[in-house]
Design a protein around this ligand. Structure first.
Ligand code: SAM
Length: 280
């Protein structure tokens, strides 16, 4: 029989590190729902970020073709090696997930799914890196803070809507799998959590001529949320007529605030700015 998180923590006399976002799952129903929600099959290479003592990893190994786990904490490496090292389907990488080149882990043509109970202190940079680098993941099934899930799924003109909403909605469809209460973890976090699956779209949601510029326009528009677009986008340091023409050609009132623009409007606006820059 599998031994559970509490027993593993005791057996190895493991000391939790707050700064590494270590809240381990102790609730079997959540583990089951993550594995089921991730729709893992025998074809899949699962990449897990932050395996902890390997409780979720063990469940993933039962379903997947292979599991590659990336763990930063040196204290967890011998524990994971002892508990899971015998399994031929298991590979452990001792590294900061933000410094991993995932292309080195992925073989062309294989079906790769990322699964993680993410350390909350790096949730947004990890999501941003995984999406921006264009890695060939089919989906990302991740446990995140409830507030982050709300930002991901937010619509224009809400206070949750921002650069993260647009980044994720540009690349993915999302589906909330379930809510998770603090009591499902040890130690208990102070916040509620959500398991969400982000399915990569075959092509981005909107067509943009220059992705870097599109995301820069978005970033600047939200940098000072209370500013009008014409004020916020001054930071792009473009000739006034480039911006004026872009607003006019996009049919977007420059007195609007960035937070009111849909993803389609950001695409049209940044495409017109791109055209204007080309003419300078
Ligand atoms: N998967 C386990 C579970 O569900 O019980 C543990 C999840 S815990 C929320 C987050 C894990 O990520 C911890 O094991 C922590 O050491 C690891 N971690 C923290 N920062 C990391 C980083 N930058 N790269 C890789 N792993 C990291």
């Amino acid at each position: 029989m599998d031994i559970n998180t509490v027993e593993l923590v005791k057996k190895h006399n493991f000391r939790f590190s707050k700064s590494l976002g270590q809240n381990f799952l102790v609730d079997q129903s959540v583990l089951n729902d993550i594995v089921q929600g991730a729709e893992i099959s025998e074809e899949d290479h699962v990449i897990e970020i932050g395996p902890g003592v390997g409780t979720l990893t063990k469940e993933l190994l039962k379903k997947a073709k292979k599991v590659t786990a990336i763990e930063l904490d040196s204290d967890l490496i011998p524990i994971l090696t002892e508990e899971l090292g015998q399994d031929e389907k298991f590979t452990l990488i001792h590294k900061d997930a933000l410094k991993v080149d995932f292309n080195e882990l992925i073989t062309e043509g294989e079906s790769v799914k990322l699964v993680a109970n993410l350390p909350y202190y790096v949730t947004t940079p990890i999501i941003a890196t995984l999406l921006n680098e264009g890695y060939d993941f089919k989906s990302l099934t991740i446990m995140i803070q409830k507030e982050v899930a709300e930002r991901i799924n937010a619509n224009p003109s809400t206070k949750e809507y921002g650069a993260l909403s647009l980044l994720v909605q540009y690349y993915c469809n999302s589906e909330v799998i379930r809510k998770v209460a603090p009591s499902s973890f040890m130690p208990r976090p102070k916040v509620d959590s959500i398991v969400i699956r982000l399915d990569k779209l075959p092509k981005p949601k909107v067509q943009v001529k220059d992705e870097k510029l599109f995301f820069r326009v978005i970033r600047e528009s939200f940098n000072m949320r209370r500013k009008t677009l014409s004020n916020a986008l001054k930071s792009l340091k473009l000739p006034k007529e480039v911006l004026d023409n872009a607003f006019e050609n996009s049919n977007i009132d420059s007195r609007r605030r960035g937070e009111t623009l849909s993803i389609e409007e950001f695409a049209v606006l940044s495409n017109h700015i791109y055209e204007g820059i080309k003419l300078i």
